[in-house]
Design a protein. Structure first.
Lengths: 355, 275
């Protein structure tokens, strides 16, 4: 087990900055998730940490010790790949034991450790099969087992669940979280799925185009997104964002949009006359049919996601998504009122959060 | 329905035509090998042989064909082993080099294979004489390796390039060195590619005539193709013995290709990636 520290890691591929000055500290035993859209450099970062790829600048430290000059073999990290990358010519048991064999563990010890890991993951009945003869979910477990069996200092998981179907993904996600509780090894987990990031991570790092946009626990990422990218990338349905102008009205500020205006409460910065973006999450809007609210919207469409219903509506021309109350029945064309809770507003200026 | 049947018929006829076109000469000499001396020279030609083994006996006893066979096996076998070993290393390197450079290198390698044999045979001969390797096995193996390497490297480089890089990355993280990753993970999975390279190399070295004729003039070290060509006396052409010897040269190749074909077809890489 080890803590991981990245210092100003940069990497270029041709003209593209894959990573620019990434700084990160993952304490020992933490489950850290790198979240970002595809092509944001998260897999590259993982490969640099594993030693498979070389950074142009910066350094990787395990337990405050520089490991830049070490080969992947010497770093003693384990990696689970998106494609699993199981060795198809070896049985499951040989796959699990491969890392131990390469490190010249005695045969008996390898057998015990392989069995132990297989039992932990519930795949002991598959040990004699080849990877081609087991199901997708089982392959994923074998890949986890191959990483687990060595008890490495650090786990690197590169989108390990993205090849599973939805139902299985949910189960494995829970098991993974439980597994981490049991073994308490530091995990760095890469995903583009914000739900995975929010449910698994102790710490979430949001990456875009090789830059860290925000680091924090899932709650702060969700409740206080640092910029408009994080605000729209995390959360489902996507946060409503309105572009408009800020004007001062006494001590308070008013937000002016071509289609509507509303009070924003007080701001710490004087934004009088500036362009701002106003964000509000669909689940933070409690709509009703009462008359006294700030805004009115016409319903365009309803969408049902099972536990919740969402309303897609328009305020004038501006589209807005909001959560429908339980058991509410609305039709397209109905007018709903939208009361806005100013405490739940996210206000951005030039993309950055200002409230 | 009728059109469909017609199409099938046309297809069958086409296959039959193509197959007979290439197989009839082969069948003719197979039949000649099993004839007797009078049947070979019979007019009108006799198609069906009497399955006499006289020509085989004569080829082995009078022309000492087994000696040539042994030479061929040694030369072609060694060439194959050396070529496949070297081209596996080179091909792996080229497969993992940045694409631009590997492409350039592969092109240069291909260019080396473009020289007509007649253009290089003089220097090769002088070079081998200087080494004192004329009339030796290594005198044949060396130029054969040089001539078969480009194709083998191409085959393997392209094959290795198709191997998912994640497999290697997994092996590296699991504690392999680069070379161990190649030997323990990539090579076992590349069996089809390796067999293809090996068969093509072996066939080339087995059939090569021109260099073998010039480099090895001592009958003790001559290979099959040269040996058979030299059956011809001043006044006689021993057609029967030539046919029998040719059959003995071809049969091992056919058997080998059929055997390895199965290995090539068996999809060894199933299940590596999600699938």
């Amino acid at each position: 087990m080890a803590s991981l520290t990245l210092k100003e890691i940069s990497k270029r591929f041709g003209d593209i900055d894959a990573l620019s000055a990434v700084d990160l500290h993952v304490p020992d035993g933490q489950f850290c998730v790198l979240l970002g859209p595809s092509g944001c450099g998260k897999s590259t970062l993982l490969q640099i940490i594993a030693g498979l790829e070389r950074q142009d600048q910066g350094s990787v430290l395990l337990d405050q010790e520089d490991v830049d000059h070490l080969s992947p073999r010497e770093r003693d990290v384990a990696m689970v790949f998106q494609s699993y990358a199981l060795y198809p010519h070896m049985t499951v048991s040989e796959n699990l034991g491969f890392g131990l064999r390469m490190r010249r563990f005695p045969k008996g010890e390898i057998r015990d450790k392989v069995l132990e890991a297989a039992q932990l993951l519930g795949i002991e009945h598959l040990l004699d099969r080849k990877p081609g003869q087991v199901s997708g979910g089982q392959r994923q477990r074998v890949a986890m087992g191959r990483a687990l069996v060595r008890r490495p200092r650090l786990f690197l998981l590169d989108e390990p669940l993205s090849n599973l179907d939805a139902q299985l993904r949910l189960n494995v996600r829970l098991e993974l979280k439980q597994l981490h509780r049991q073994i308490r090894t530091t995990i760095l987990y890469v995903t583009h799925d914000q739900v995975e990031a929010m449910t698994l991570g102790d710490q979430v790092v949001v990456l875009k185009e090789g830059q860290m946009r925000q680091v924090g626990d899932p709650e702060s990422i969700y409740n206080r997104p640092a910029d408009t990218f994080v605000a729209t990338f995390v959360g489902s349905p996507v946060m409503n964002l309105f572009k408009g102008k800020c004007v001062k009205e006494g001590k308070r500020f008013r937000f002016l949009h071509p289609d509507f205006s509303l009070h924003m409460g007080s701001l710490s910065l004087d934004m009088d006359g500036h362009e701002v973006e106003l964000g509000i999450r669909p689940e933070d809007i409690e709509c009703g049919k009462e008359e006294k609210a700030d805004l009115k919207a016409e319903i365009a469409m309803m969408s049902n996601v099972g536990a919740d219903q969402y309303i897609h509506a328009r305020i004038g021309k501006a589209p807005v998504t909001l959560r429908a109350p339980k058991n509410a029945t609305f039709c397209a064309g109905d007018i709903v009122t939208i009361p806005i809770d100013t405490r739940k507003l996210h206000i951005f200026h030039e993309g950055q959060r200002i409230n | 329905m009728n059109v469909c049947r017609l199409k099938k018929l046309g297809f069958g006829m086409g296959v039959l035509g193509a197959a007979s076109f290439s197989l009839i000469p082969f069948l003719l000499f197979v039949s000649s090998a099993f004839k007797t001396q009078t049947e070979v020279t019979a007019i009108p030609p006799q198609i069906w042989p009497s399955f006499s083994l006289a020509f085989f006996r004569s080829a082995i006893v009078r022309y000492d064909i087994l000696k040539y066979l042994v030479n061929s096996v040694i030369v072609a076998g060694s060439t194959t082993v050396v070529t496949v070993f070297l081209s596996a290393l080179a091909g792996y390197g080229l497969a993992r080099l940045p694409r631009r450079w590997s492409h350039l290198t592969l092109m240069v390698i291909l260019a080396c294979a473009m020289f007509p044999q007649i253009a290089i045979v003089g220097p090769v001969w002088r070079f081998l004489r200087h080494l004192g390797w004329l009339n030796t096995y290594q005198g044949l193996i060396l130029p054969y390796v040089a001539l078969t390497l480009p194709l083998a490297i191409w085959i393997l480089a392209l094959f290795f390039r198709e191997m998912p890089e994640e497999l290697e990355a997994a092996a590296l993280v699991d504690g392999c060195t680069r070379l161990q990753a190649l030997v323990r993970v990539i090579v076992p999975l590349s069996a089809p590619g390796l067999f293809t390279a090996a068969i093509l190399t072996f066939i080339y070295a087995w059939n090569e005539f021109f260099l073998a004729l010039l480099i090895v003039t001592d009958p003790v070290r001559q290979t099959m193709p040269v040996g058979i060509a030299l059956f011809q006396g001043e006044h006689t052409v021993p057609w029967g013995e030539i046919a029998a010897a040719s059959l003995m040269t071809t049969a091992p190749l056919v058997v080998m290709v059929l055997l390895f074909q199965r290995r090539i077809v068996s999809g060894l890489s199933a299940g590596a990636i999600k699938g």
